[in-house]
Structure formats: structure tokens, C-alpha cells
Ligand binder design. Structure first.
Ligand code: AMP
Length: 404
């Protein structure tokens, strides 16, 4: 069974085609700068352990035209991996926000699309693009089921005292203002993989996942479900991120609006796109932050230390919520999987809390899931590579089989 996974952004579209019988990746790609004068499509095919790359640089006026070119590449007589698009059994879409109405993966219907539309107000950048992705594949793959997998899924399991904000209760009732949580696909995947790695029943796992990438979030997993999560109504809350400020005193918002004469959407853009590591030191990529630190840049040093502190503060609070029963703490995503200096800084001084990092293991570069704590560390520290696309494809396959 072949499943296509689509992650449509406002001017980009990421995709993967997976063979579910072997859980193997057939091809992946990214179309960038859709709608701009100069677009770019990078397509990778994986065959017999080899990777072939095709790059096409020309304008891609719409998502539909981009997808038409992707389909032509997938079914190309020479470079393609399928004979024709009818081989694709279903399409799984990443959708950022499902609000309170949908959490679990669902087959796309008119009602589901209406709900995705209703959630535009919570995710104005992502949900409209995700819906466009769905509408394009509905048109180009008539009769093929589309499944929506929500980023809010895993976080929706948290208890009421974790999802409510201490604002007037009517704001929750009228506007749905609550913590939803994001990166749910990754957090769910990592919780399953962690249980598997530790040889535990998924429903018994108690762990902390640190998804640290360009966007970063953490979850506290209790008995296999999400017990708390760091992102909130939107993906802005929580950790210091590449371009997002994370948690700040909310009174800063009206203060900055007044003093700088900014509108609500301008201050929103400031906090989402011009803050975090970028706002502090001018770089969003941790590799650049490290180069700047080595060059003696004090702001880069500050940015790194602030990110580490924000992770430690949430890690500490989740260890407390788990009341001494933490089975593992897990690093994942671009920074979590690759940045040994950040992992070492986060785990520094945590011995009294049961976390003892093995410096050699932590510094080694090895693929796959692995332990980076010492054998006598009370709480194992793990690196588990995330795979959101595989999780979306698995959810799509499950739903297809259930509805067959
Ligand atoms: P993601 O959003 O999960 O794709 O993560 C992207 C981020 O991972 C990049 O912005 C980098 O900051 C970070 N990253 C990737 N590779 C490395 C590396 N070798 N060392 C440090 N950070 C890395």
C-alpha cells in the first residue's frame, strides 16, 4: 500500500511517498516559493539504498501546478517510482489546528474542511495552506481518500487544569481559548518509539519528550498519554525557538503595541518571526549560533543560554509532575538529535534529579534511537529520531483499514 503524505505551507509543499508494507520511503520532496517569480522543486528518490536528486527551478504559480509536476515526477517512466497515480491508496495531510472539534485523524469530508476553516483564526498561516493542500489533492486524485492528521492531536489529551488559562472562563466558552499543544504527530510517534525502545507497554510510559528544532516544544507523557505540553493556543508559547519568543510576560504585548504603535498582527509577527534566537543574536540555525559563540559573540552565547534555561525549566517542572516515576527523557528533532553541546548543557547539574549524561555517548554521532546516559543514571536519557511523515502515513493507513 502506497501512501502520499503532504505538508502544505503557504508558499511551500513538502511531500513523501511511502510504501507501507515495508514502511520504506520511496521519494520525498519540497516545492519552495510557490507563487513567486522563482520557484524551486527538489525531488529525491530512494532506490536500492541510493538517493537520486532532481532539482527544477522555474515559477510554480499555484499549489495545484506544483502538485501536477510532483505527480509527473512520481510516475516518470525513467525516474519515477510508480506507474501511475492510481497506485496511491490514500493521502495523509498534516493539518496544524483542529480546535476542540477534532483531535484524532479523520477522513476528510465537507464537515472536516469546515472545521479546518473555523480554525483559521487560531492558525492563520498554516490552516489555510493545509486546506489548500487537501483541495488540490481532492481535485488531482479523484476518489482517493484524504486523511487529515492534526498537530493538536496528542496535546488534546491533557487534563483540564493543564489546558485552561486563568482568564475569565467565558473566553474559553466563547472563543475556545485554551492550551491545545502542537508537534502532536512527533510527540505521539516519540512516545510510541520510547515505549518500544524501553520494552514497556505504551500505556504505562511516563516520560518527557524534548522536540527541539526550528520550532520547539516539550511534552510530559503520563501512562502513555499527554499530561502536559509547552505550546498553547498557538505554537508561540513555551520554549525559546528559532524565530519565536516562547513564553513572555503577556503584559509586554499591549506595552509594545502602545510604545511602538504596532497593530495586533504586527506584534504577532514580531513575536513569531523576529524573536527567539533570531531576535537575540541574528541567527535562527543552531549551527550558526555555535559558530558565533566560537567567534566570541556574546549575544549568541546569551541566546544559547536562554534556550537551555527554557528547556531546563520545563524539564524540571515535568519531572515534578511525574512524581519521581519518569522512565526516560528524550531528545528529538533537528537540535535535539544533532546538538551534543545543547544536550550536555540541558543535562548539566541534573544528577540529583536522576539524570547522568554519558559524555562520550552524547558526543558520538550515531544513527537511530540510542541511550546517552550512564548505566547508573536513574532516568535514561535517549535520542530518538522523529518521523512525523511516517506517523501521518501510519495514521492514514489505520484509518483506511478501519473504514474498509
Ligand atoms: P527541525 O525543525 O527539526 O528540522 O530542526 C531544524 C534545526 O535543527 C535547524 O534550524 C538547526 O538549528 C538544527 N540543527 C540541524 N542540524 C544541526 C547540527 N548538526 N547541530 C546543531 N543544530 C542542528
Amino acid at each position: 500500500m502506497k501512501i502520499l503524505v503532504i505538508n502544505a505551507g503557504s508558499s511551500s509543499c513538502k511531500y513523501q511517498l511511502l510504501e507501507m508494507d515495508t514502511q520504506s520511503l520511496l521519494c520525498s520532496g519540497l516545492v519552495e516559493r510557490i507563487g513567486a517569480r522563482a520557484g524551486c522543486l527538489t525531488h529525491r528518490t530512494y532506490r536500492d539504498g541510493r538517493e537520486e536528486k532532481i532539482v527544477r527551478e522555474h515559477p510554480f504559480p499555484t499549489h495545484e501546478e506544483s502538485m501536477e509536476e510532483v505527480i509527473a515526477l512520481l510516475a516518470d517512466p525513467e525516474a519515477g517510482v510508480i506507474k501511475n497515480k492510481n497506485e496511491i491508496a490514500a493521502i495523509g495531510h498534516r493539518v496544524v489546528h483542529g480546535g476542540e472539534k477534532i483531535a484524532e485523524p479523520v477522513l476528510v469530508t465537507r464537515r472536516v474542511k469546515d472545521i479546518i476553516r473555523e480554525c483559521f483564526m487560531f492558525s492563520p498561516l498554516h490552516n489555510p495552506a493545509n486546506l489548500t493542500g487537501i483541495e488540490v489533492t481532492e481535485k488531482l486524485f479523484p476518489g482517493v481518500p484524504n486523511v487529515a492528521v492534526f498537530d493538536t492531536e496528542f496535546g488534546m489529551g491533557i487534563p483540564e487544569e493543564a489546558y485552561m488559562y486563568a482568564l475569565p472562563y467565558s473566553l474559553y466558552e466563547e472563543l475556545g481559548i485554551r492550551r491545545y499543544g502542537f508537534h502532536g504527530t512527533s510527540h505521539k510517534y516519540i512516545a510510541h518509539r520510547t515505549a518500544e525502545y524501553l520494552g514497556k507497554a505504551p500505556g504505562e510510559l511516563c516520560s518527557v519528550t524534548m522536540h527541539l528544532g526550528n520550532g520547539s516544544s516539550m511534552t510530559c507523557v503520563k501512562n502513555g498519554g499527554c499530561f502536559d505540553t509547552s505550546m498553547g493556543l498557538t505554537p508561540l508559547e513555551g520554549l525559546v525557538m528559532g524565530t519565536r519568543c516562547g513564553s513572555i510576560d503577556p503584559a509586554i504585548v499591549p506595552f509594545v503595541m502602545e510604545k511602538k504603535g504596532l497593530s495586533a498582527s504586527e506584534v504577532d509577527a514580531l513575536m513569531n518571526k523576529q524573536s527567539g534566537l533570531l531576535g537575540l543574536c541574528g541567527h535562527t540555525d543552531m549551527r550558526d549560533v555555535h559558530s558565533r559563540i566560537e567567534a566570541g559573540d556574546k549575544r549568541a552565547d546569551l541566546a544559547f543560554n536562554m534556550l537551555v534555561r527554557s528547556v531546563k525549566k520545563i524539564l524540571g517542572s515535568y519531572l515534578v509532575l511525574l512524581e519521581g516515576k519518569t522512565d526516560a527523557v528524550v531528545f528529538t528533532a533537528g537540535i535535539g538529535e544533532n546538538d551534543s553541546l545543547l544536550r550536555a548543557a540541558v543535562c548539566e547539574g541534573m544528577e540529583a534529579f536522576g539524570i547522568k549524561l554519558d559524555r562520550t555517548e552524547n558526543s558520538a554521532r550515531k544513527p537511530g534511537a540510542r541511550t546517552i546516559s550512564t548505566p547508573d543514571s536513574k532516568i535514561p536519557v535517549l535520542i530518538i529520531p522523529t518521523n512525523e511523515e511516517l506517523q501521518i502515513a501510519l495514521a492514514t493507513k489505520d484509518l483506511l483499514e478501519q473504514s474498509a
